[in-house]
Design a protein around this ligand. Structure first.
Ligand code: ZN
Length: 150
C-alpha cells in the first residue's frame, strides 16, 4: 500500500469513529470519571471508567468536539477495555509519543496507528490526546475532576 493509500485508510477510520463513536454513553456504575476540555478547539469530553482490581472492566465517554477528538476517544475506549492499569499507562505513553514524534513501540498500537497522521498537524495533537489525558486523570482520582489541556 502506498503512503497516500495508507493515509486515506487512516482518514476513513477516523471519519467512521467520528460518525459512529464506540462506547459513547454515560456509565452509571463508573467508579472513576473526569471532564476534559481543550479550549483551543472547543473539545469537551467526559470519560467514565469502571475499574475492578486494577483492570479496566468498562470505559465510555460523552461530549462533543472535533472529528479528531471524538475519533481518538472512541478508539481509546475500544483499545483499553479489558486492559490492566499498567497496560493502559503503557499505551497512553506510546500514543502520546507517536503523535509528538518521539520514539514509540509501533507493535503495541494496533488500530491506534491511525492517529499517527496527527503529528503532521501540531495544533491538533491536543485534540487527539484530550481523551487520553482525561482517562489518565480519571484513573488517578475516585471522584469527578476536570482537566484542561495547557
Ligand atoms: Zn479538536
Amino acid at each position: 500500500m502506498s503512503s497516500a493509500d495508507l493515509r486515506d485508510l487512516y482518514q476513513q477510520v477516523i471519519m467512521d469513529h467520528n460518525k459512529k463513536p464506540r462506547n459513547f454513553h454515560e456509565m452509571s456504575n463508573a467508579n472513576h470519571m473526569a471532564h476534559g476540555n481543550n479550549p483551543l478547539c472547543g473539545d469537551a469530553l467526559v470519560v467514565y471508567v469502571k475499574l475492578n482490581a486494577g483492570v479496566i472492566e468498562d470505559l465510555s465517554f460523552q461530549g462533543s468536539g472535533c472529528a479528531i477528538s471524538v475519533a481518538s476517544a472512541s478508539l481509546m475506549t475500544e483499545a483499553l477495555k479489558g486492559k490492566t492499569l499498567e497496560e493502559a499507562e503503557y499505551l497512553y505513553q506510546q500514543v502520546h509519543n507517536q503523535m509528538t514524534g518521539e520514539e514509540f513501540d509501533a507493535s503495541s498500537l494496533g488500530k491506534l496507528e491511525v492517529l499517527s497522521g496527527v503529528k503532521e498537524f501540531p495544533a491538533r495533537v491536543k485534540c487527539a490526546t484530550l481523551s487520553w489525558h482525561t482517562m489518565h486523570t480519571a484513573m488517578d482520582n475516585d471522584h469527578d475532576v476536570s482537566v484542561t489541556t495547557e
